[in-house]
Design a protein around this ligand. Structure first.
Ligand SMILES: Nc1nc2c(c(=O)[nH]1)N(C=O)[C@@H](CNc1ccc(C(=O)N[C@@H](CCC(=O)O)C(=O)O)cc1)CN2
Ligand SMILES: Nc1ncnc2c1ncn2[C@@H]1O[C@H](COP(=O)(O)OP(=O)(O)OP(=O)(O)O)[C@@H](O)[C@H]1O
Length: 182
């Protein structure tokens, strides 16, 4: 197996994901992934779900947010902090969102929800392995946040995002995801 740098994999995966999401057949695959998430027992039981506000080129989180809100449960979204830390803020119709230089949208102000109060965290990423490793955008935000997180972490992986095994070097700080839906 040829080992690649995480940076090489990120570059390659951003293109592969963009290509996949641009394909008209992607909607069918995405529907199956969302339905599989919606029937997951941990997801169904969760009172508070942490999820990103997706941007172009990412798996859309809009259906997930809609599903949680329509069942009168709480959605919390990330805000990045200095030193690559992150906190989660309640998302409702009064949440003030502002674009970041990274291309995401983040809440301004609002009610911060403790890590211990998040039941399910939907984790974004570019590559996932069958043994639950992941590569994200490289900020290390999720690796840090998942340290000490006791809820259930779940990732949705489209076909180009799944790797049989890591072809990159796993590092001591890399956190595994509890469930990968693919
Ligand atoms: N939609 C979405 N929101 C998300 C994430 C995500 O993957 N998707 N994140 C997943 O982790 C967090 C933000 N992740 C980030 C990862 C890397 C950098 C980063 O490299 N920033 C550069 C500057 C980039 C620029 O100037 O354009 C830097 O800080 O040096 C920033 C945020 C939280 N919100
Ligand atoms: N728990 C941690 N403590 C200290 N540094 C960390 C920790 N987790 C990650 N890092 C640092 O963050 C950097 C990015 O980590 P990595 O390449 O694994 O990011 P990623 O998993 O792709 O990103 P993300 O988690 O934001 O999606 C690494 O170079 C590492 O030094």
């Amino acid at each position: 197996m040829v080992i690649q740098s995480k940076q090489q994999i990120r570059k390659q995966q951003m293109l592969a994901l963009k290509d996949f999401l641009g394909n008209p057949d992607a909607a069918t695959v995405m529907d199956r992934l969302y339905q599989s998430l919606f029937s997951d027992p941990d997801f169904k039981q969760a009172n508070t779900v942490g999820v990103t506000l997706s941007m172009a080129g990412e798996v859309s989180t809009a259906p997930i947010i809609a599903a949680v809100q329509s069942t009168h449960r709480q959605v919390v979204v990330p805000r990045t902090l200095p030193h690559r830390q992150m906190e989660f803020v309640r998302l409702d119709d009064r949440t003030n969102l502002k674009p970041t230089k990274f291309g995401t949208r983040e809440p301004v102000g609002g009610h911060v929800v403790a890590k211990s109060a998040i039941d399910v965290l939907i984790v974004p990423g570019l590559a996932f392995t069958r043994d639950h490793y992941r590569i994200g955008f490289g900020g290390g935000y999720y690796d840090r946040f998942l340290t000490g997180f006791t809820g259930c972490s779940i990732a949705l992986a489209t076909p180009p995002q799944i790797f049989d095994q890591p072809n990159w070097q796993i590092e001591p700080f890399d956190q595994q995801i509890d469930k990968i839906i693919f």
